[in-house]
Design a protein around this ligand. Structure first.
Ligand code: THG
Length: 282
């Protein structure tokens, strides 16, 4: 099962046998007042900086999300995509709940994008999957629907099956659907991380799909979030996640070590190269 995405210059392959693909999360105004204000003003300098810093920190792809109060996503999402492409060649993950904004961004993206996201809701399937087909993109399928995020793994799995089936009906190959089993705050529900991990294991076993996860949601409301995120990330990678959406500044090392220990880093080359680059000048 290989999911291939590309920019005009670089291809990224997501597969259970390859190294984990780090999708950088930080071009997202959630919790970033200055970025939100800059997006309202259509000033893309922060977007460019966040793109450059995440590439330097080891991101293989970048998520681009401009959703904030006062931002016209239909106009600003394509501007942000263009700004990111000015400073890096990595393939992009285009993140919006607004189908018109997704379309506008896809129109300026000269490659095969990863669309973030569709979910099991009828309205979402009807709006987003035709865009995936029209632009020859890949898509993230969130395991939630009209009733919200199910509390049990079986229901999340059923939604994953439904999204893949609906995509195939439109002629979208199943390898172009990445499943997101959704991480929830463990501070709000003690079983949240376990349900996510069980869902991931079952998607890997029963669907064989590649998987993403916005892993940092797990630590909301708790101290030392980075430590929690990194340990949870290692667990989710072991369970089957192979393209997590995370902050590369904090989580690149946890991903490299997970790959090393799981046999996805031949001769430890990726880890050793990273280690050497970190110790330059020391
Ligand atoms: N699944 C999919 N896509 C997603 C998510 C997901 N996209 C959005 C989100 N969840 C993943 N992205 C983020 C981005 C930022 C933060 C968390 C997840 C975050 N921001 C800090 C805050 O709010 O405190 C800001 C700190 C900073 O980075 O500077 O934690 O689950 N498919």
């Amino acid at each position: 099962m290989e999911t291939r995405v590309h920019s005009s210059k670089q291809e990224v392959v997501i597969s259970p046998d390859s190294a984990t693909v780090l999708i950088g999360e930080r071009i997202n105004p959630t919790g970033k007042k200055l970025l939100a204000a800059a997006l309202v003003e259509r000033d893309m300098s922060r977007v460019r900086k966040l793109a450059e810093s995440q590439i330097a920190d080891g991101a293989a792809m970048l998520d681009v999300n401009v959703g904030a109060a006062g931002v016209n996503e239909v106009e600003v999402l394509p501007m942000a995509v263009k700004a990111v492409m000015e400073v890096t060649d990595v393939p992009l993950c285009i993140d919006s709940a607004n189908a018109q904004a997704l379309r506008a961004a896809l129109q300026v993206y000269p490659g095969k994008a990863l669309i973030n996201s569709v979910n099991g809701e009828e309205a979402s399937l009807k709006r987003v999957l035709p865009l995936v087909k029209e632009f020859g993109a890949a898509v993230i399928g969130l395991t939630m629907d009209d009733s919200g995020i199910p509390c049990d793994a079986s229901s999340r799995l059923a939604i994953a099956h439904k999204i893949v089936a609906r995509a195939e009906e439109l002629g979208i190959p199943r390898e172009d659907v990445l499943i997101d089993c959704l991480a929830m705050a463990v501070s709000a529900d003690m079983t949240a991380a376990q349900v996510t991990l069980e869902s991931i294991r079952r998607v890997r076993a029963e669907l064989g799909a590649n998987m993403t996860l916005g892993a940092s949601n797990v630590s909301f409301g708790l101290p030392d979030r980075e430590a929690i995120n990194d340990i949870f990330l290692a667990m989710t990678i072991t369970a089957g996640v192979n393209a997590p959406i995370v902050n590369p500044g904090s989580s690149h090392k946890a991903i490299l070590i997970s790959d090393l220990l799981l046999g996805h880093d031949e001769f430890g080359m990726n880890y050793v190269t990273y280690f050497r680059s970190q110790n330059k000048g020391a």
